[in-house]
Design a protein around this ligand. Structure first.
Ligand code: GDP
Ligand code: IMO
Ligand code: MG
Length: 422
């Protein structure tokens, strides 16, 4: 039985939600390993659209068990809202959701600090969900974890101690209003009742499951280029979406992983600030945004759009160990007369051998493009590879050859059945 990692291969929003849902009927367990409610994973079933932020995208398949690993930062209110939303729509969550006792909790001060940081000069363009400040507290060993909900006396002590410290910063350094300690304490003491039933020793749970022959799909949030170590730092998120993060974020050893599957959008998008070599700033970018409905699933912000970047994908393939990919949103390119693909970068007149991750280099690189003919045909109803126009097949072989991966799924629309498997 297999244990696979599914990673976003670009800057997030590649269509991970749809593909996890598609693959969900082949796995027993879907497990999220990092990020938090900054993620927005969309699944369309019939006419209904679901956007999941914290709960794994396998939850919409009734036979799948879902795990939230220690690497995820959990906003308890967002979690409870999501559970309620799913239950209101007829999905069973109790008994199917398992949350790591070691996952850290997002506290109200994390969101406040996130928004204060974003109001200064060094903006990242975060989602404002308190992600960075929560991971800071984790690594500073001041975080409050899911397991802390089980001991009310200790929980209260930890919250009061942290708020005393945060209040000094919030009032003295930033001149903002003091946090309401009593309200935060009483809110967080109350979360225990609703969340206790989901708390699980996840490494033990997964180890037993795998020994019993169950298969696991590890669902990444964000994307490789938003990785805090391997992405376009500092314009990244504060966790490790790359495949290595899956082991740390779930307590699963690397020896258990059998494959890494990448999700790749047929063009490129990015939300927030940071360099984006193939970005289209004019009408073509606007057209891609409109055709692809490129607006954030979490914040509603317009996504920046640009051409497919095979040079970037080669880097992503290398750091993730991606073997096979799903190409999503291929239908969005159907209106284009010509389609460009970036195959290399030049810097100061020289071709680069490897992808530069520094802001200063990435803002100066010149993308080298090859231009391919468009297919100018609606492909949203195509269900087999053979029925795709020749120009579409050429585009697929071109990007696969230049990025070094094999394509095994092609998505031609947001719905479940708008999928071609090779
Ligand atoms: P994720 O964060 O990687 O799960 O991706 P998002 O859900 O944030 O964004 C992907 C968007 O594209 C969602 O609105 C999906 O419903 C939609 N989508 C997924 N696959 C396709 C596709 O093949 N074609 C089109 N047109 N839309 C798609
Ligand atoms: P999914 O899982 C796209 C981006 C933000 C910002 C940077 C840091 O839906 O693909 P953060 O709030 O994490 O501190 O913001 O990361 N970002 C995403 N972009 N998709 C996401 O998630 C993202 N999650 C965070 O826009 O640039
Ligand atoms: Mg998203």
């Amino acid at each position: 039985m297999s244990v696979s990692v599914l990673v976003g291969s670009q800057w997030g929003d590649e269509g991970k939600g749809k593909i996890v849902d598609i693959l969900g009927d082949r796995f027993d367990i879907v497990a999220r390993y990092q990020g938090g409610a900054n993620a927005g994973h969309t699944i369309v079933i019939g006419d209904q659209q679901f956007v999941l932020h914290l709960i794994p995208s396998g939850i919409l398949r009734e036979d799948v068990e879902c795990v939230i690993g220690n690497g995820v930062v959990i906003d308890p209110q967002a979690l409870l809202d999501e559970i309620k939303f799913l239950e209101d729509h007829g999905f069973k969550v109790k008994g199917r959701l398992f949350i790591s006792h070691n996952a850290h909790l997002i506290m109200p001060y994390h969101k406040i600090i996130d928004s204060i940081n974003e109001s200064g000069d060094n903006k990242i363009g975060t989602t404002g969900r308190g992600i960075g400040p929560c991971y800071i507290d984790k690594y500073d060993r001041k975080g409050i974890r899911i397991v802390d909900l089980l001991d009310k006396v200790e929980l209260e002590k930890k919250i009061r101690r942290n708020i005393e410290e945060k209040n000094k910063i919030i009032t003295n350094v930033f001149n903002k209003e003091e946090l309401d300690v009593e309200k935060i304490v009483s809110d967080y003491l109350a979360f225990d009742e609703a969340i206790d039933q989901y708390i699980t020793d996840v490494p033990v749970f997964l180890d037993e499951a795998i020994r019993n022959g169950k298969s696991v799909l590890m669902e990444g949030a964000q994307g490789a280029l938003l990785d805090v170590d391997h992405g376009t730092y500092p314009y990244v998120t504060s966790s490790n979406p790359t495949s290595g993060g899956a082991c740390i974020g779930l307590g699963l050893p690397p020896t258990k992983i059998s494959s890494v599957f990448g999700i790749v959008k047929a063009y490129t998008t990015r939300v927030g600030f940071g360099p984006f070599p193939t970005e289209l700033l004019g009408e073509e970018g606007e057209a891609l945004r409109t055709w692809g409905a490129e607006f954030g699933a979490t914040t509603g912000r317009p996504r920046r759009c640009g051409w497919f970047d095979a040079f970037l994908l080669n880097y992503s393939r290398m750091i993730n160990g991606i073997e096979r990919v799903a190409i999503t949103k291929l239908d969005v390119l159907s209106n284009m007369d010509e389609i460009k693909v970036c195959i290399a970068y030049e810097l100061d007149g020289k071709r680069l051998k490897s992808f530069p991750t520094t802001e200063s280099q990435l803002t100066r690189v010149v993308p080298i493009y090859e231009t391919l003919p468009g297919w100018k045909t609606d492909i949203t109803n195509v269900r087999s590879y053979d029925d795709l126009p020749n120009e579409t097949k050429n585009y697929l072989s071109f990007i696969s050859e230049h990025s070094g991966f094999e394509i095994s799924i092609i998505s031609v629309g947001p719905k479940r059945d708008q999928t071609i498997e090779l």
